[in-house]
Design a protein around this ligand. Sequence first.
Ligand SMILES: NC(=O)c1ccc[n+]([C@@H]2O[C@H](COP(=O)([O-])OP(=O)(O)OC[C@H]3O[C@@H](n4cnc5c(N)ncnc54)[C@H](OP(=O)(O)O)[C@@H]3O)[C@@H](O)[C@H]2O)c1
Length: 239
Amino acid sequence: MNRENILNGQVALITGSSRGIGLAVARRLGQMGARISLCARKAADLENAAADLRAAGIQVLAAPADVTRADQVSGLVSETQRTLGPVDILVNNAGIGIFGPFHHQTDEDWNSVLETNLKSAFLTSRAVAPEMIRRKSGHIINISSLAGKSTFANAALYCASKWGLLGLTGCMAEELREHGIRVSAICPGSVATEFSPHAGKDPSRMLQPEDVAHAVAALVTQAPGSFISEIQIRPTQKP
Ligand SMILES: NC(=O)c1ccc[n+]([C@@H]2O[C@H](COP(=O)([O-])OP(=O)(O)OC[C@H]3O[C@@H](n4cnc5c(N)ncnc54)[C@H](OP(=O)(O)O)[C@@H]3O)[C@@H](O)[C@H]2O)c1
């Protein structure tokens, strides 16, 4: 593996990193020299992902956690700090989609989508912010979506969560910038993962998880005097 080592000594916590975009981000930051804290709910999937990264020489903590639960988030952050060190980079990536006419959705659907895609970023960011403020540095990167910039039929809960995440991102960025902490959002279009069927789209022409990882790498290697607050990503050719 070609290690870049530009993040040597830094700790990156990536939520929803047992597969898809989160795993690609973890691999990329690990290749750049960061120590990686992986998290997802299913322990077996997480262990497989961790083994994959360790085989590439990356130092990994695999900590199963449900990021909608405040107690599990605080346990995850404490275990990361104890095992790897204070969190320098937090990537709020865990997300789910439930699609269909809004008037067919249940209270449980609303809670699942809003808690996984939006509340979780509040919980994790709240847990890492005090230590970042104390150290006067850090990156928080929230994976929103182009669905956070537009509206379309059968995506009310998902769009609401991703629009909300952009609002949360902007407010956190304003509060934390004076402490040297940069908060940014990435808004990808459709990415070829297990997230949803993406019916009618050619996966080879869709965005790949590595495209999002590339954007994360760009954000964490900015010069300290500025920050890119939002990145939108589209495939070069329409899938
Ligand atoms: N794929 C796309 O087209 C696309 C486009 C734009 C934005 N995004 C966003 O990108 C992010 C990642 O999507 P993806 O395509 O990589 O999805 P994915 O392949 O379905 O992976 C989702 C990851 O999140 C974890 N997860 C889900 N709920 C969780 C919870 N409550 N606590 C902890 N981990 C949880 C999953 O593991 P467990 O199930 O084991 O918990 C899995 O590791 C999401 O926020 C999504 O909205 C995706």
